[in-house]
Ligand binder design. Sequence first.
Ligand SMILES: [Zn+2]
Length: 325
Amino acid sequence: MNTGLACRICGSSRLGAHVIAPEMMFGTREEFAYLPCLACGTLQIADFPADMAAHYPPGAYYSFNNAGGLSFLKRAVRRVVAGTMIGRPDRATRGGGVIDRIKRGAEPWTAAVPGLKRSDSVLDVGCGEGARLEALVALGFSDLSGIDPFLPPERAGKTSSGITLMRGELASADRRYDLITMHHSLEHVQEPGRLLEQARDRLAPGGRLLVRIPLLQPWAWERFGTRWAQLDPPRHFYLFTTEAFINLAERSGLACTSHGFDGMGWSIAWSEGYARDIPMNEPNGRANALPFDGGEMAAFEREARRHNAVGEGEAGWFVLEPAAR
Ligand SMILES: [Zn+2]
């Protein structure tokens, strides 16, 4: 175990006692150790599993993220005033850009990137099979690429809608982009600081990086502990605090120009499920249902919005740009 070593994020040797957390998305209940850094607050997996591919069953993880995630967003946006999901960007960033005038509901994070244009080149890092990029096609974007080390080889190349899908790591991308996005992918990589540096080096002049990650919040940790759904062992290697992530970005040559919170009710609901020892799926592939009715689910949504509003959401977005040298 990584005990006695240093925090991989800030370098401090002040690590707290490890906690043991079970895998609950696929119901294997295999146990993994995580270490809290007492200096920067990051919770990190003690050891990287040797075979991570085994923890991303073919199709299952991405179909969950894409189908479940996207349709959830759409449903949520219908209920929530547009903008709230992405932490209500301030008025200055909400002014009359083209994205503000079109239906921002499909991909609400677009409202967080000031001046984003449909002609901008976009690279999504950790794109899965590209469902989020397809949503951008629907919004009128035309220069879209995605890269993912777990992309099935047969999916690499141009899609019928003109998206370029690449199988591999960001380091192998050989052009620059106006916008690079990481939607809940950074927490899955062993060296997030290095990934941020690679993204910075692939930004076109004036380019921005949008990172969305889960965020470790005291209320969630105290309430759910190792059954907190956003821990998602062993796939999430790092759970950052807002400050720890902004500091990491700065050490990677990036300045944070705005950030906000977009935690969602389904996450609180699944944390409650995990706390009741209900995994999201059984090892045989059968999906479990949560024991909550519509009213209870709506209450989780309202709770998530309350946390977001006071800066304590269990997920957040960050707009970054290269720091002045
Ligand atoms: Zn640390």
